[in-house]
Design a protein around this ligand. Structure first.
Ligand code: SAM
Length: 276
């Protein structure tokens, strides 16, 4: 399928990048094909794309045979995406909307993979939503997402590092996130100030008897004062200090020294206390 170069599409539709909408476009079709290969074979798969913009990543997804639903907030991009709908009949559904205002599982109505070069201003918020909630496994089968490199490193961070915190525990306690590819800032138009990286996440097994809400409160409170000992930082969270003791975790340790498994054990013990 021969499509006009993306730079021509941008020029023809007057798509000057909007900073407010976090627009940094990718034009390198080989790079886009490599990104789309990360989740594996997408032939016939339902894929949700957030923020298709002029459609670079969308083209690569369509080339890979995916059935794409794309949510784009910028009305200027819709005519460019309509050209892709014509080139790949029946394979692309476009919604002009705010991805934050939509229930993605309901919209898709079947298991789906997510692929997105996310607008940086909403990337972490969307990610925490996809990773959160009590229902597991989630409606999505994988997430392949572009982040600022610093955020990507926080998602895959290991205990004892400065990057380790709430985001790492949220991403790792029942899923497996991997840093799949680093992307140089010069790959984008316009280039952002910082480097980017793609994180690929697949759902894992959820540990038994742990409430996502309790775990989120625990990590939020513990890392809210990450330099303090747990006996200080967790003092205001009902049941947390008793749970630490019940799990044999020294309360003079600091949040960043606890493994993901230890957080899970403490959250489970906090849940148990509530029931008694
Ligand atoms: C970083 S650009 C990526 C564009 C394109 N996917 C690419 O890789 O070249 C982010 C895109 O998300 C769109 N966007 C920003 N906020 C959005 C929102 N709340 N809902 C849906 N799309 C949004 C922007 O208009 C922009 O097209």
């Amino acid at each position: 399928m021969s499509l006009p170069p993306l730079r021509e599409v941008i020029a023809r539709h007057g798509l000057s990048a909007s900073k407010a909408l976090g627009q940094n476009f990718l034009f390198d079709e080989q790079l886009l094909d490599r990104i789309v290969a990360i989740p594996g074979d997408l032939e016939g798969q339902a894929v949700l794309e957030i923020g298709p913009g002029p459609g670079g990543l969308t083209r690569a997804l369509l080339r890979a045979g995916a059935r794409v639903t794309a949510i784009e907030r910028d009305s200027r991009c819709i005519p460019a995406l309509a050209e892709l709908q014509q080139a790949y009949p029946g394979q692309l559904r476009v919604l002009e909307d705010d991805a934050l205002a939509i229930d993605h599982a309901e919209l898709m109505g079947e298991p789906f993979a997510v692929a997105a070069n996310l607008p940086y201003n909403i990337g972490t918020l969307l990610f925490t939503r996809w990773m959160g909630g009590e229902t597991w496994p989630p409606a999505w089968s994988s997430l392949t997402l572009m982040f600022q490199q610093e955020v990507a490193q926080r998602i895959v961070a290991k205990p004892g590092t400065g990057a380790y915190g709430r985001l790492a525990v949220l991403a790792q306690w029942r899923a497996v996130p991997k840093l799949a590819m680093k992307v140089h800032r010069s790959a984008f138009t316009p280039p952002p100030k910082v480097m980017s990286a793609i994180v690929h996440v697949e759902p894992g097994e959820a540990p038994d008897g742990v409430s996502a809400r309790v775990l989120e409160r625990l990590t939020e409170t513990a890392f809210g004062q990450r330099r303090k000992m747990l006996r200080q930082s967790l003092k205001g969270l009902p049941g947390a200090l008793d749970a630490l003791e019940a799990c044999g975790i020294d309360n003079t340790r600091r949040a960043e020294t606890l493994t993901v498994e230890e957080f899970v054990t403490v959250a489970r013990a906090m849940g148990d206390q509530r029931k008694t």
